[in-house]
Design a protein around this ligand. Structure first.
Ligand SMILES: NC(=O)c1ccc[n+]([C@@H]2O[C@H](COP(=O)([O-])OP(=O)(O)OC[C@H]3O[C@@H](n4cnc5c(N)ncnc54)[C@H](O)[C@@H]3O)[C@@H](O)[C@H]2O)c1
Length: 416
Protein backbone atom coordinates (compact mmCIF):
# COMPACT_ATOMS: atom_id res chain seq x y z
CA UNK A 1 0.00 0.00 0.00
CA UNK A 2 1.41 3.44 -0.84
CA UNK A 3 1.79 5.84 2.10
CA UNK A 4 -0.86 8.52 2.71
CA UNK A 5 -0.02 11.71 0.80
CA UNK A 6 1.60 14.41 2.95
CA UNK A 7 -0.70 17.26 3.95
CA UNK A 8 -0.30 20.52 2.00
CA UNK A 9 2.00 22.88 3.83
CA UNK A 10 0.54 26.19 5.04
CA UNK A 11 3.25 28.86 4.93
CA UNK A 12 3.42 32.20 6.72
CA UNK A 13 5.79 35.06 5.89
CA UNK A 14 7.52 37.31 8.38
CA UNK A 15 8.22 40.50 6.43
CA UNK A 16 6.27 41.88 3.51
CA UNK A 17 9.05 43.61 1.58
CA UNK A 18 11.03 43.06 -1.57
CA UNK A 19 12.28 39.59 -0.71
CA UNK A 20 8.99 38.21 0.64
CA UNK A 21 7.33 39.26 -2.62
CA UNK A 22 10.03 37.52 -4.68
CA UNK A 23 9.26 34.33 -2.75
CA UNK A 24 5.53 34.78 -3.31
CA UNK A 25 6.07 35.18 -7.07
CA UNK A 26 8.07 31.96 -7.09
CA UNK A 27 5.20 30.13 -5.43
CA UNK A 28 3.38 29.77 -8.75
CA UNK A 29 5.96 27.02 -9.43
CA UNK A 30 5.80 25.38 -5.99
CA UNK A 31 3.64 22.29 -5.38
CA UNK A 32 1.92 21.11 -2.21
CA UNK A 33 2.07 24.38 -0.27
CA UNK A 34 0.06 27.57 0.03
CA UNK A 35 0.97 31.05 1.19
CA UNK A 36 -1.56 31.60 3.98
CA UNK A 37 -0.17 34.34 6.18
CA UNK A 38 1.92 37.49 6.40
CA UNK A 39 3.08 39.47 9.39
CA UNK A 40 5.01 42.71 9.35
CA UNK A 41 5.14 45.50 11.95
CA UNK A 42 3.32 47.66 9.41
CA UNK A 43 -0.18 46.12 9.28
CA UNK A 44 -1.13 47.88 6.05
CA UNK A 45 1.93 46.49 4.26
CA UNK A 46 1.22 43.00 5.60
CA UNK A 47 -2.34 43.34 4.25
CA UNK A 48 -0.99 44.49 0.87
CA UNK A 49 1.43 41.57 0.68
CA UNK A 50 -1.34 39.11 1.61
CA UNK A 51 -3.52 40.62 -1.13
CA UNK A 52 -0.58 40.26 -3.53
CA UNK A 53 -0.30 36.53 -2.71
CA UNK A 54 -4.04 36.10 -3.27
CA UNK A 55 -3.77 37.94 -6.58
CA UNK A 56 -0.96 35.60 -7.64
CA UNK A 57 -3.32 32.78 -6.62
CA UNK A 58 -0.65 31.12 -4.47
CA UNK A 59 -2.83 30.82 -1.36
CA UNK A 60 -5.65 32.44 0.60
CA UNK A 61 -3.20 34.61 2.51
CA UNK A 62 -4.27 36.94 5.29
CA UNK A 63 -2.43 39.40 7.48
CA UNK A 64 -1.84 38.43 11.12
CA UNK A 65 -1.55 40.74 14.10
CA UNK A 66 1.58 39.09 15.48
CA UNK A 67 4.12 36.36 14.80
CA UNK A 68 2.68 34.50 17.79
CA UNK A 69 -0.77 34.54 16.17
CA UNK A 70 0.68 32.95 13.03
CA UNK A 71 2.35 30.22 15.07
CA UNK A 72 -0.91 29.65 16.95
CA UNK A 73 -2.99 29.16 13.81
CA UNK A 74 -3.12 25.40 12.99
CA UNK A 75 -3.36 26.34 9.29
CA UNK A 76 0.22 27.66 9.40
CA UNK A 77 2.79 24.83 9.36
CA UNK A 78 5.99 26.67 8.54
CA UNK A 79 7.37 30.19 8.54
CA UNK A 80 9.63 31.91 6.02
CA UNK A 81 11.68 34.53 7.87
CA UNK A 82 12.16 37.53 5.55
CA UNK A 83 12.47 40.47 7.91
CA UNK A 84 15.45 42.82 8.02
CA UNK A 85 18.74 41.45 9.41
CA UNK A 86 18.52 43.55 12.57
CA UNK A 87 15.23 41.85 13.54
CA UNK A 88 16.40 38.21 13.26
CA UNK A 89 16.82 37.51 16.95
CA UNK A 90 13.62 39.21 18.10
CA UNK A 91 11.67 37.42 15.34
CA UNK A 92 13.06 34.00 16.29
CA UNK A 93 12.52 34.75 20.00
CA UNK A 94 8.87 35.43 19.33
CA UNK A 95 8.46 32.20 17.34
CA UNK A 96 10.16 30.11 20.01
CA UNK A 97 8.26 31.83 22.80
CA UNK A 98 4.91 31.03 21.15
CA UNK A 99 5.89 27.38 20.76
CA UNK A 100 7.19 27.11 24.32
CA UNK A 101 3.99 28.58 25.70
CA UNK A 102 2.09 25.88 23.83
CA UNK A 103 0.29 28.37 21.60
CA UNK A 104 1.08 26.33 18.49
CA UNK A 105 3.49 24.12 16.62
CA UNK A 106 5.55 24.44 13.45
CA UNK A 107 6.99 21.85 11.12
CA UNK A 108 9.78 24.12 9.98
CA UNK A 109 11.40 27.53 9.89
CA UNK A 110 13.21 28.83 6.80
CA UNK A 111 15.39 31.92 7.13
CA UNK A 112 16.73 34.30 4.51
CA UNK A 113 20.39 35.15 4.23
CA UNK A 114 22.33 36.16 6.24
CA UNK A 115 21.30 33.94 9.14
CA UNK A 116 22.34 36.86 11.37
CA UNK A 117 24.72 39.82 11.47
CA UNK A 118 27.63 38.13 13.23
CA UNK A 119 28.65 34.82 14.77
CA UNK A 120 27.28 35.61 18.24
CA UNK A 121 23.84 36.45 16.83
CA UNK A 122 23.79 33.47 14.47
CA UNK A 123 24.72 31.15 17.35
CA UNK A 124 21.92 32.66 19.40
CA UNK A 125 19.42 32.00 16.58
CA UNK A 126 20.52 28.35 16.54
CA UNK A 127 20.36 28.06 20.32
CA UNK A 128 16.80 29.39 20.28
CA UNK A 129 15.48 27.02 17.60
CA UNK A 130 17.18 24.06 19.25
CA UNK A 131 15.23 24.79 22.45
CA UNK A 132 12.06 23.76 20.65
CA UNK A 133 13.61 21.26 18.25
CA UNK A 134 12.55 23.19 15.14
CA UNK A 135 13.52 21.84 11.73
CA UNK A 136 15.36 24.59 9.85
CA UNK A 137 16.17 25.60 6.31
CA UNK A 138 18.73 28.24 5.32
CA UNK A 139 17.52 30.12 2.25
CA UNK A 140 20.33 30.54 -0.28
CA UNK A 141 18.52 30.82 -3.59
CA UNK A 142 21.58 30.91 -5.86
CA UNK A 143 22.44 27.28 -5.09
CA UNK A 144 19.07 26.37 -6.58
CA UNK A 145 19.35 28.51 -9.74
CA UNK A 146 18.55 26.08 -12.59
CA UNK A 147 21.69 26.98 -14.55
CA UNK A 148 23.93 26.53 -11.51
CA UNK A 149 22.30 23.21 -10.73
CA UNK A 150 22.48 21.90 -14.31
CA UNK A 151 25.98 23.24 -14.98
CA UNK A 152 27.39 21.80 -11.75
CA UNK A 153 25.82 18.39 -12.31
CA UNK A 154 27.12 18.14 -15.89
CA UNK A 155 30.61 19.39 -15.05
CA UNK A 156 30.96 16.82 -12.28
CA UNK A 157 29.32 13.96 -14.20
CA UNK A 158 31.40 14.43 -17.36
CA UNK A 159 34.53 16.55 -16.88
CA UNK A 160 35.38 15.80 -13.25
CA UNK A 161 34.58 12.08 -13.49
CA UNK A 162 37.01 11.52 -16.34
CA UNK A 163 39.73 14.11 -15.77
CA UNK A 164 39.72 15.05 -12.08
CA UNK A 165 37.89 17.34 -9.66
CA UNK A 166 37.54 21.09 -10.29
CA UNK A 167 40.14 23.31 -8.65
CA UNK A 168 38.81 26.83 -9.04
CA UNK A 169 35.37 28.33 -8.61
CA UNK A 170 34.45 31.97 -9.07
CA UNK A 171 31.26 33.79 -8.21
CA UNK A 172 30.09 37.37 -8.20
CA UNK A 173 26.97 39.34 -7.37
CA UNK A 174 26.96 42.94 -8.48
CA UNK A 175 24.46 45.78 -8.75
CA UNK A 176 24.28 49.51 -8.24
CA UNK A 177 23.11 49.46 -4.61
CA UNK A 178 20.29 48.21 -2.35
CA UNK A 179 16.69 49.38 -2.46
CA UNK A 180 16.12 50.31 1.22
CA UNK A 181 18.02 52.61 3.61
CA UNK A 182 18.67 49.95 6.29
CA UNK A 183 20.92 47.94 3.94
CA UNK A 184 23.24 50.96 3.69
CA UNK A 185 23.49 51.42 7.47
CA UNK A 186 26.31 49.23 8.79
CA UNK A 187 24.98 49.31 12.32
CA UNK A 188 21.59 47.96 11.23
CA UNK A 189 22.50 45.62 8.42
CA UNK A 190 25.69 44.26 10.02
CA UNK A 191 28.13 45.47 7.36
CA UNK A 192 28.15 46.60 3.76
CA UNK A 193 28.15 44.61 0.54
CA UNK A 194 30.36 41.89 2.01
CA UNK A 195 27.71 40.99 4.58
CA UNK A 196 24.83 41.60 2.21
CA UNK A 197 25.95 39.71 -0.89
CA UNK A 198 29.14 37.75 -0.20
CA UNK A 199 26.97 35.31 1.76
CA UNK A 200 25.68 34.20 -1.66
CA UNK A 201 28.94 34.13 -3.58
CA UNK A 202 31.06 32.55 -0.81
CA UNK A 203 28.60 29.67 -0.59
CA UNK A 204 28.20 29.34 -4.36
CA UNK A 205 31.96 28.73 -4.83
CA UNK A 206 32.01 26.09 -2.10
CA UNK A 207 28.89 24.43 -3.54
CA UNK A 208 30.36 24.29 -7.04
CA UNK A 209 33.57 22.73 -5.70
CA UNK A 210 31.55 20.10 -3.79
CA UNK A 211 30.66 16.89 -5.62
CA UNK A 212 26.88 16.62 -6.09
CA UNK A 213 25.41 14.37 -3.40
CA UNK A 214 28.31 15.00 -0.99
CA UNK A 215 28.03 17.35 2.01
CA UNK A 216 29.70 20.77 2.01
CA UNK A 217 31.95 19.45 4.80
CA UNK A 218 33.93 17.51 2.17
CA UNK A 219 35.31 20.89 1.02
CA UNK A 220 36.58 22.63 4.17
CA UNK A 221 37.73 26.26 4.32
CA UNK A 222 41.31 26.53 5.60
CA UNK A 223 42.09 30.20 5.08
CA UNK A 224 40.44 33.40 3.92
CA UNK A 225 41.87 36.55 2.46
CA UNK A 226 39.72 39.56 1.70
CA UNK A 227 39.69 43.20 0.74
CA UNK A 228 36.92 45.74 1.12
CA UNK A 229 36.67 49.25 -0.33
CA UNK A 230 34.35 52.18 -0.75
CA UNK A 231 34.82 52.90 -4.44
CA UNK A 232 31.78 54.94 -5.38
CA UNK A 233 29.41 55.92 -2.61
CA UNK A 234 31.86 57.90 -0.47
CA UNK A 235 32.66 60.26 -3.38
CA UNK A 236 31.12 63.58 -2.33
CA UNK A 237 28.51 63.76 -5.09
CA UNK A 238 27.38 60.17 -4.48
CA UNK A 239 27.42 60.50 -0.70
CA UNK A 240 25.10 63.49 -1.11
CA UNK A 241 22.89 61.55 -3.50
CA UNK A 242 22.60 58.69 -1.01
CA UNK A 243 21.60 61.03 1.81
CA UNK A 244 19.04 62.69 -0.48
CA UNK A 245 17.49 59.55 -1.96
CA UNK A 246 17.80 57.01 0.88
CA UNK A 247 18.09 58.60 4.31
CA UNK A 248 19.43 61.78 5.84
CA UNK A 249 21.07 59.59 8.48
CA UNK A 250 23.50 58.28 5.86
CA UNK A 251 26.81 60.12 5.84
CA UNK A 252 29.07 58.12 3.54
CA UNK A 253 31.78 60.80 3.67
CA UNK A 254 32.31 60.04 7.36
CA UNK A 255 30.71 56.64 7.97
CA UNK A 256 30.64 54.59 4.77
CA UNK A 257 29.98 50.90 4.41
CA UNK A 258 32.01 49.00 1.84
CA UNK A 259 30.52 48.94 -1.66
CA UNK A 260 33.12 46.48 -2.97
CA UNK A 261 34.43 43.23 -1.50
CA UNK A 262 36.62 40.50 -2.81
CA UNK A 263 37.37 37.24 -1.01
CA UNK A 264 39.64 34.31 -1.76
CA UNK A 265 38.95 31.14 0.20
CA UNK A 266 41.32 28.20 0.15
CA UNK A 267 39.65 24.85 0.77
CA UNK A 268 40.96 21.41 1.65
CA UNK A 269 39.03 18.58 0.04
CA UNK A 270 38.41 15.13 1.47
CA UNK A 271 40.18 13.65 -1.60
CA UNK A 272 43.39 15.42 -0.64
CA UNK A 273 43.46 18.57 -2.78
CA UNK A 274 43.77 22.29 -2.11
CA UNK A 275 41.22 24.22 -4.20
CA UNK A 276 40.31 27.88 -4.44
CA UNK A 277 37.11 29.90 -4.36
CA UNK A 278 37.24 33.50 -5.56
CA UNK A 279 34.25 35.72 -4.96
CA UNK A 280 33.54 39.37 -5.53
CA UNK A 281 30.51 41.47 -4.76
CA UNK A 282 29.72 45.08 -5.34
CA UNK A 283 27.16 47.86 -4.98
CA UNK A 284 29.24 49.99 -7.32
CA UNK A 285 28.53 48.07 -10.52
CA UNK A 286 26.67 49.89 -13.25
CA UNK A 287 25.34 47.73 -16.04
CA UNK A 288 21.85 46.85 -17.21
CA UNK A 289 20.96 45.64 -13.71
CA UNK A 290 21.72 42.84 -11.24
CA UNK A 291 24.47 40.54 -12.53
CA UNK A 292 25.00 37.14 -10.95
CA UNK A 293 27.85 35.14 -12.36
CA UNK A 294 29.88 32.05 -11.63
CA UNK A 295 32.59 29.88 -13.13
CA UNK A 296 33.87 26.43 -12.35
CA UNK A 297 37.20 25.30 -13.76
CA UNK A 298 39.03 21.99 -13.76
CA UNK A 299 41.81 20.27 -15.68
CA UNK A 300 39.91 19.80 -18.96
CA UNK A 301 36.68 21.78 -18.62
CA UNK A 302 35.02 24.97 -17.49
CA UNK A 303 31.56 26.34 -16.85
CA UNK A 304 30.36 29.92 -16.93
CA UNK A 305 27.05 31.50 -15.88
CA UNK A 306 25.95 35.12 -16.22
CA UNK A 307 22.36 36.16 -15.61
CA UNK A 308 22.66 39.14 -17.96
CA UNK A 309 23.33 36.71 -20.85
CA UNK A 310 19.65 36.07 -20.53
CA UNK A 311 18.76 34.95 -24.05
CA UNK A 312 16.31 37.85 -24.45
CA UNK A 313 17.26 41.39 -25.45
CA UNK A 314 15.03 44.35 -26.23
CA UNK A 315 16.02 47.54 -27.97
CA UNK A 316 14.32 50.89 -27.30
CA UNK A 317 15.37 53.92 -29.32
CA UNK A 318 15.84 57.33 -27.70
CA UNK A 319 12.30 58.15 -28.68
CA UNK A 320 11.06 55.66 -26.04
CA UNK A 321 11.33 57.75 -22.89
CA UNK A 322 9.61 55.42 -20.46
CA UNK A 323 9.47 55.61 -16.68
CA UNK A 324 12.23 54.11 -14.53
CA UNK A 325 11.29 50.59 -13.44
CA UNK A 326 12.48 47.09 -12.68
CA UNK A 327 10.36 45.36 -15.28
CA UNK A 328 13.29 44.24 -17.48
CA UNK A 329 15.70 43.09 -14.79
CA UNK A 330 16.15 43.48 -11.02
CA UNK A 331 18.00 46.72 -10.06
CA UNK A 332 17.56 47.96 -13.63
CA UNK A 333 19.73 50.96 -14.50
CA UNK A 334 18.32 52.00 -17.86
CA UNK A 335 15.15 51.93 -19.93
CA UNK A 336 16.50 52.59 -23.41
CA UNK A 337 19.10 51.12 -25.73
CA UNK A 338 19.84 47.42 -25.93
CA UNK A 339 18.63 45.83 -22.70
CA UNK A 340 18.78 42.23 -21.51
CA UNK A 341 15.60 40.91 -19.94
CA UNK A 342 15.53 38.11 -17.38
CA UNK A 343 12.24 36.33 -17.96
CA UNK A 344 10.87 34.77 -14.76
CA UNK A 345 13.45 36.12 -12.32
CA UNK A 346 12.16 34.11 -9.33
CA UNK A 347 12.94 30.96 -11.30
CA UNK A 348 16.20 32.21 -12.84
CA UNK A 349 17.63 33.27 -9.45
CA UNK A 350 16.66 29.96 -7.82
CA UNK A 351 13.75 30.95 -5.54
CA UNK A 352 11.32 28.56 -7.19
CA UNK A 353 13.46 25.41 -6.84
CA UNK A 354 14.57 26.55 -3.38
CA UNK A 355 11.00 26.81 -2.14
CA UNK A 356 9.98 23.52 -3.75
CA UNK A 357 12.88 21.93 -1.89
CA UNK A 358 12.10 23.37 1.53
CA UNK A 359 8.40 22.59 1.23
CA UNK A 360 9.33 18.93 0.65
CA UNK A 361 11.77 19.10 3.59
CA UNK A 362 9.12 20.41 5.97
CA UNK A 363 6.66 17.81 4.71
CA UNK A 364 9.19 15.17 5.72
CA UNK A 365 9.86 14.07 2.13
CA UNK A 366 13.47 15.24 1.78
CA UNK A 367 16.55 16.04 3.82
CA UNK A 368 17.46 19.74 3.87
CA UNK A 369 20.26 20.79 1.54
CA UNK A 370 20.97 23.73 3.86
CA UNK A 371 20.12 24.22 7.54
CA UNK A 372 20.78 27.02 10.02
CA UNK A 373 24.13 25.29 10.75
CA UNK A 374 25.15 26.05 7.16
CA UNK A 375 23.94 29.63 7.63
CA UNK A 376 26.17 29.91 10.71
CA UNK A 377 29.16 28.57 8.79
CA UNK A 378 28.59 31.22 6.10
CA UNK A 379 28.53 33.94 8.77
CA UNK A 380 31.82 32.56 10.16
CA UNK A 381 33.42 32.85 6.72
CA UNK A 382 32.09 36.39 6.26
CA UNK A 383 33.39 37.51 9.66
CA UNK A 384 36.79 35.96 8.91
CA UNK A 385 36.77 37.91 5.65
CA UNK A 386 36.11 41.17 7.52
CA UNK A 387 38.95 40.30 9.93
CA UNK A 388 41.26 39.67 6.98
CA UNK A 389 40.29 42.94 5.30
CA UNK A 390 40.78 44.88 8.54
CA UNK A 391 44.19 43.30 9.27
CA UNK A 392 45.38 43.22 5.66
CA UNK A 393 46.45 39.58 5.77
CA UNK A 394 45.33 36.03 5.09
CA UNK A 395 43.64 34.45 8.10
CA UNK A 396 43.51 30.75 8.95
CA UNK A 397 39.97 29.46 9.31
CA UNK A 398 38.42 29.42 11.83
CA UNK A 399 40.33 32.15 13.66
CA UNK A 400 40.28 32.67 17.41
CA UNK A 401 37.91 35.32 18.68
CA UNK A 402 35.33 34.84 15.92
CA UNK A 403 32.48 34.53 18.43
CA UNK A 404 33.01 38.03 19.80
CA UNK A 405 33.90 39.70 16.51
CA UNK A 406 31.85 42.48 14.94
CA UNK A 407 33.17 44.24 11.81
CA UNK A 408 34.34 47.84 12.12
CA UNK A 409 31.74 48.73 9.44
CA UNK A 410 28.97 47.38 11.69
CA UNK A 411 30.31 49.43 14.61
CA UNK A 412 30.45 52.63 12.55
CA UNK A 413 34.24 52.69 13.00
CA UNK A 414 35.49 51.82 9.52
CA UNK A 415 37.84 54.39 8.01
CA UNK A 416 38.68 53.29 4.47
N1 LIG B 1 18.00 35.96 -1.29
C1 LIG B 1 18.21 37.16 -1.72
O1 LIG B 1 18.81 37.39 -2.78
C2 LIG B 1 17.71 38.33 -0.94
C3 LIG B 1 17.34 39.50 -1.62
C4 LIG B 1 16.88 40.56 -0.86
C5 LIG B 1 16.82 40.47 0.52
N2 LIG B 1 17.20 39.31 1.14
C6 LIG B 1 17.13 39.20 2.61
O2 LIG B 1 15.76 39.17 2.96
C7 LIG B 1 15.52 39.92 4.13
C8 LIG B 1 14.49 41.02 3.84
O3 LIG B 1 15.01 41.90 2.86
P1 LIG B 1 14.05 42.79 1.92
O4 LIG B 1 14.85 43.08 0.71
O5 LIG B 1 12.74 42.16 1.78
O6 LIG B 1 13.94 44.09 2.80
P2 LIG B 1 12.74 45.17 2.79
O7 LIG B 1 13.23 46.33 3.55
O8 LIG B 1 12.27 45.34 1.39
O9 LIG B 1 11.59 44.41 3.59
C9 LIG B 1 11.72 44.12 4.96
C10 LIG B 1 10.36 43.78 5.53
O10 LIG B 1 10.51 43.49 6.92
C11 LIG B 1 9.51 44.20 7.65
N3 LIG B 1 10.00 44.48 9.01
C12 LIG B 1 10.40 45.67 9.53
N4 LIG B 1 10.72 45.52 10.84
C13 LIG B 1 10.54 44.20 11.11
C14 LIG B 1 10.67 43.44 12.27
N5 LIG B 1 11.09 43.98 13.44
N6 LIG B 1 10.39 42.13 12.21
C15 LIG B 1 10.00 41.56 11.05
N7 LIG B 1 9.81 42.24 9.93
C16 LIG B 1 10.08 43.55 9.95
C17 LIG B 1 9.26 45.45 6.84
O11 LIG B 1 7.97 45.94 7.14
C18 LIG B 1 9.35 44.90 5.43
O12 LIG B 1 8.14 44.30 5.07
C19 LIG B 1 16.88 40.45 4.57
O13 LIG B 1 17.42 39.59 5.53
C20 LIG B 1 17.72 40.40 3.33
O14 LIG B 1 19.09 40.22 3.58
C21 LIG B 1 17.61 38.24 0.44
Amino acid sequence: MSPAPARRLGVGFIGSGFNARFHMQSWTGVRDADVLGVWSPHPERAAEAAAYARKLDVGRAKAYRSIGDMVADPAIDALWLCGPNQARIENVEEIVDAIERGRGELRGLACEKPLARNVAEASEVIRLVQRVGLRTGYLENQLFAPQVETGRNLIWARGARLTGRPYLARAAEEHSGPHMPWFWQGKLQGGGVLNDMMCHSALVVRHLLTKPGQPLSTVTPVNVSARIASLKWSRPEYARKLARTMSRELDYRRRPSEDFASVTIEFETDDGHRVIGEATTSWSFVGAGLRLSAELLGPEYSMSWNTLDSGLKLFFSREVTGRAGEDLVEKQNAEIGLMPVVANEPMAYGYEAENRHFVRVFQGKAEPLLTFEDGLEVVKILMTAYMSAEQGKTIDFPPRGLGGFSPAVARGKWKP
